[in-house]
Design a protein around this ligand. Structure first.
Ligand code: FAD
Length: 287
């Protein structure tokens, strides 16, 4: 089912789960475990599972394998795709393959620039160019990334929103946001989107915090505020993983309840390939 239909014609709140391709040895058994985790979450009736994709296509084969496996298990899938360092012809071939797999959705991304200033093919500099290209030869429904506190390399939030508008005008159907912990930042973002005449659905990205190290890594890659009260608890108990996991569930539960009260278009969980915290939150909010 296309994301444009899921989010524009919803009868209940759409839930989606994001996973990433495992790395290292014994990939097959890691993928088996990942699929098992998602099957645990199936009882919550997700409308979509999204699968990340390394910038420059570094993990293309594993990403595709997971997409295939999820299709076989009757999940509705949205592969992510990054265009940085990728030739136009490679993108064409990639999408021909996805079409053969009967995939109907994609999250169209630029991907992060190489850290080492490596020179690479730049047929596409920004995601809006990828969206425009995909619209020229596929009928995929297209998700695009949004950043409630601004993209890390954007000079400010308003400039980032003007750039987001380019993706919407090129044919983006649904915005999936970066994780955030302060709902007021998300509501402010929705207001700014409206003022800029961006009227497509906006799906809120929720991260159930499960460890201090994982949070620290994520925050180094993104512009995300942690409210002081949450941060002080995390810092105080940073070596107590059980406590942090419990706190993450409690915090995300309250965040989701508030978003639901404010008529959010959808909830997108960054599952980190585990079902436990996401399942607990969904049991708590009892949709
Ligand atoms: P763009 O929309 O191109 O924006 C990138 C930057 O350029 C922004 O600062 C923007 O303001 C600016 N900009 C955009 N268009 C223009 C323009 N026309 N002219 C001038 N400036 C412009 N990364 C991965 O590698 N793999 C993934 O699977 C992945 N999944 C993600 C899922 C979600 C929900 C989100 C929110 C992010 C994800 N990312 C992923 C991270 C993303 O690839 C990076 O944040 C990347 O740096 C930006 O990608 P984008 O598509 O938002 O780029």
């Amino acid at each position: 089912m296309k994301i444009s239909d899921i989010y524009n014609n919803k009868t209940s709140l759409p839930l989606s789960f994001e996973v990433f391709p495992p790395k290292g040895d014994e990939i097959d058994s890691k993928i088996d475990r990942l699929i098992d985790e998602l099957n645990i979450l199936k009882k919550f009736n997700p409308k979509l599972v999204s699968v990340t994709y390394g910038a420059g296509g570094s993990n293309r084969d594993t990403s595709f394998e997971i997409v295939n496996r999820l299709k076989a298990d009757e999940f509705n899938v949205m592969p992510h795709f990054t265009c940085i360092c990728t030739k136009r012809s490679t993108i064409r071939a990639h999408f021909n393959e996805l079409q053969k797999m009967n995939i109907e959705n994609v999250l169209a991304l630029r991907g992060d620039e190489p850290k080492d200033n490596k020179i690479c093919y730049m047929d596409f500099k920004y995601a809006n160019e990828l969206v425009e290209y995909l619209k020229s030869f596929t009928d995929f429904s297209i998700g695009i990334a949004g950043y409630p506190e601004g993209h890390i390399s954007a000079p400010d939030l308003n400039t980032d929103i003007l750039n987001l508008k380019k993706k919407v005008d090129a044919g983006g159907d649904v915005i999936f946001t970066q994780l955030f912990f302060d709902n007021s930042k998300f509501y402010n973002y929705l207001e700014l989107l409206k003022r800029n005449n961006i009227n497509i659905p906006v799906v809120a990205g929720i991260l159930p915090i499960s460890s201090y190290a994982q949070l620290d890594k994520m925050l180094s890659l993104a512009k995300v505020t942690i409210p002081d009260a949450l941060l002080s608890k995390i810092e105080k108990f940073k070596d107590n993983n059980d406590y942090i996991k419990k706190l993450g569930i409690e915090y995300a539960t309250n965040q989701c309840l508030d978003l639901i009260k404010n008529n959010v278009d959808g909830l997108h969980f960054y599952t980190l390939n585990k079902s436990y915290s996401t399942a607990k939150i969904l049991e708590n909010i009892n949709l």
